[in-house]
Design a protein around this ligand. Structure first.
Ligand SMILES: Cc1cc2nc3c(=O)[nH]c(=O)nc-3n(C[C@H](O)[C@H](O)[C@H](O)COP(=O)(O)O)c2cc1C
Length: 345
């Protein structure tokens, strides 16, 4: 029997285990928190349309992302402050991903060093998430380190030229910079993150043989630019409502981005995903995978690596249940006909 039966139980245990300011920090969004709320509200405003009496006895959530085989379309999001939720930090994420057949994005801001994360989980599919906090030489050194450590892909997050206005952090005087060490960040210059342009994205894509994932796309025009710059995958994301606010929820913009990409890159999405049915809705709108951010933090705070494995397995089982109830047997078989906007009652 799993320790936690539902997502709510995991979140309750996390709340009980975390200091108030860390709980507020992780749950918070930017400014009005409209974006944060819309991430969830937009998922709830989408309803499933199933077909019945089809043989779904073989329903499986297994899929691939950038060629990596996955037990389900659920990936672990990059969380810079992951060390606040588990003493092993991103190493716990890497190990949980390996055990549950998932893949983990590892933030440049995380503990321990990117090499130590890789060494903690040999063979785990890891994606190194970079922020440009130095000149090109500085970035290249980190990319080469990730390549040498066996990371499967490089992710550049582009939605954070400056920090969003995190009012909960201000109110609590929470200083996230001091909250944990940042071993990868030697010689960093935060101000250079505001100067990143599409030419830097294209340069990075050219410099590495690893597939490039561009994270933080919300506009179809930017999706096109990312593909033209050489992105192999995009993450449709508003950073969990922590950056530009107010803006639409992530799933509100997903279909337009998928259309702009036109099959030239894989599309993942994050923001508010909690249940397998949420994940299947994203598949119906054309996503190939979904990232979990806060749900991952809650699992780590609730019960460390084991609880995160449980969360990933629960999401896989819920995805498979939802696929079967829709009348299909695989993620690829889910399409626009399986979702409908909720009409006001
Ligand atoms: C505490 C916290 C730290 C984060 N750190 C990073 C980061 O270092 N790099 C990054 O690209 N995104 C970061 N994000 C955004 C997540 O990767 C992801 O886009 C977001 O959490 C998804 O929304 P969800 O939390 O509702 O699942 C962070 C999010 C949270 C909540």
């Amino acid at each position: 029997m799993p320790t936690f039966a539902t997502a709510d139980e995991v979140a309750d245990a996390a709340r009980a285990n975390l200091p108030t300011e860390v709980w507020e920090y992780v749950n918070g969004g930017a400014a009005t928190e409209v974006t944060l709320r819309r991430n969830r509200a937009a998922l709830d405003a989408l309803l499933l349309r199933g077909r019945v009496a089809r043989d779904v006895s073989s329903a499986s959530a297994a899929t691939t992302f950038l060629g990596v085989e996955l037990a389900s379309p659920v990936l672990l999001a990059p969380i810079g402050t992951v060390g606040l939720f588990d003493a092993d930090g991103a190493a716990a994420c890497a190990r949980a991903a390996a055990r549950a057949g998932s893949a983990a994005f590892i933030s440049i801001l995380a503990t321990p060093s990117l090499e130590d994360v890789a060494a903690a989980a040999p063979g785990a599919p890891l994606i190194y998430q970079h922020y440009v906090r130095g000149d090109r030489e500085w970035s290249l050194e980190l990319v080469r380190r990730a390549e040498a450590a066996g990371y499967r892909a490089l992710c550049l997050t582009v939605d954070s030229p400056v920090d969003g206005l995190r009012e909960r952090e201000l109110r609590l005087r929470f200083d996230r910079g001091r909250a944990q060490a940042q071993p990868n960040l030697v010689g960093a210059r935060r101000e250079l993150q505001a100067a990143v342009t599409w030419s830097d994205v294209a340069w990075l894509a050219d410099e590495t043989a690893l597939p490039l994932v561009v994270k933080g796309i919300t506009h179809p025009g930017d999706a096109t630019l990312a593909v033209e710059a050489g992105a192999a995958a995009l993450v449709v994301s508003n950073h969990g409502g922590r950056q530009l606010d107010p803006q639409p929820g992530a799933v509100e913009v997903l279909a337009d981005v998928v259309e702009a990409v036109g099959g030239r890159a894989e599309v993942a999405v994050d923001g508010g995903f909690v249940r397998g049915s949420d994940v299947v809705k994203a598949l119906a709108l054309g996503a190939r995978a979904v990232l979990i951010g806060r749900a991952m933090c809650f699992a780590l705070a609730a019960g460390g690596e084991d609880a995160l494995v449980e969360t990933l397995e629960r999401l896989r089982v819920e995805c498979e249940r939802t696929l079967a109830l829709l009348g299909v047997t695989a993620p690829d078989a889910v399409g626009a006909e399986h979702v409908t906007p909720a009409r006001p009652l």
